[in-house]
Design a protein around this ligand. Structure first.
Ligand code: ADP
Ligand code: PAZ
Ligand code: K
Length: 263
């Protein structure tokens, strides 16, 4: 009797099968597939899974992709449910001008971050502010204050998109993938380090802004396929890389919706 959490980004679909639809549930199985192969999920990765009785997902890859995934979900007897960001919910107050236009993955990651920080804060102590960073196809850098209010956030291109833009707009930047270096001495390393510095700069700047706003230094929680590339250059600040941040948000929201799963 299990619960399926789905996070569909613009590059990959991430799935996690849990033994219950509530925070603290045990991850039984998980995987990630590129969007090109989602039509095979029911015949491949999902074919031999114990059948989930409920699912909740976030999708930012468009309606066509969502429908293709719903076809794969017909493998099981469940109703697909998808998160739409609200003005309040999941322990978050959403200050976006149009709350539902916030990317559902950003919203869910913040719900997960807030749940994690609340769980780690002793009774009666203030929950710390947080910068929530998602490093996927795009990069998002979102600010949560100590009351759980999402103040706003940044969107910038991810590594792949930055490199693609530079490659397509120049004659001399078509080079193999490089490494992040402090003082790059070849084109490949210069490109990779430039991208990493752009993202790290956005994180550091948001960290500074939020410290000024709240008067206390925020925690930095980071997730997404390319988070590891960044963690290495942000080492002087305390970064927590949490691979399951979106799944944790989905578990919290699933409990709120009472997607009851017998254990
Ligand atoms: N197997 C891989 N090989 C190379 N890069 C990867 C791989 N998996 C993830 N990445 C990096 O992570 C990004 C995708 O991360 P992900 O969090 O799945 O993004 P999204 O949520 O936008 O689909 C890619 O753009 C790439 O930079
Ligand atoms: C910013 C995003 C493109 C990130 O997508 P991802 O990198 O996870 O594929 C996505 O969250 C999105 O489409 N957001 C909607 C616009 C907004 O959040 O303002
Ligand atoms: K994502």
């Amino acid at each position: 009797m299990s619960f399926l959490a789905l996070d569909i980004g613009n590059t990959r679909l991430k799935w996690g099968l849990y033994d219950a639809a509530a925070p603290g549930a045990t991850l039984l199985a998980h995987g990630a597939v590129f969007l090109e192969t989602i039509d095979q999920l029911a015949d491949s990765d999902w074919a031999d899974l114990p059948a989930p009785v409920a699912m909740l997902g976030c999708v930012v890859a468009g309606d066509a992709v969502r429908r293709r995934v719903e076809e794969q979900l017909e493998l099981w007897d469940l109703t697909p449910q998808w998160v739409v960001p609200q003005a309040t919910g999941g322990g978050i107050i959403n200050r976006y001008e149009h709350p539902s236009r916030l990317g559902s993955d950003r919203w869910v990651a913040m719900v997960g971050a807030r749940a994690r920080l609340q769980a780690a804060t002793p009774e009666g102590q203030p929950v710390p502010p947080a910068v929530v960073v998602m490093v996927g196809t795009a990069v998002t850098v979102d600010a949560l204050d100590p009351s759980g209010c999402f103040l706003g956030g940044l969107i910038l291109p991810g590594f792949g998109l930055m490199l693609k833009a530079l490659e397509s707009g120049t004659a001399g930047l078509r080079v193999p993938t490089g490494e992040v270096q402090d003082f790059p001495t070849n084109t490949s390393d210069a490109l990779m380090s430039g991208g990493a510095s752009a993202i790290a700069g956005a994180v550091e700047r948001m960290h500074r802004q939020l410290t000024l706003r709240c008067g206390v230094a925020p925690r930095i929680l980071m997730s997404g396929g390319a988070a590891v590339k960044l963690a290495q250059i942000l080492h002087d600040r305390e970064i927590e890389v949490v691979d399951t941040l979106v799944f944790e948000g989905l578990l919290r929201l699933a409990r709120e919706r009472s997607l009851a799963v017998p254990i």
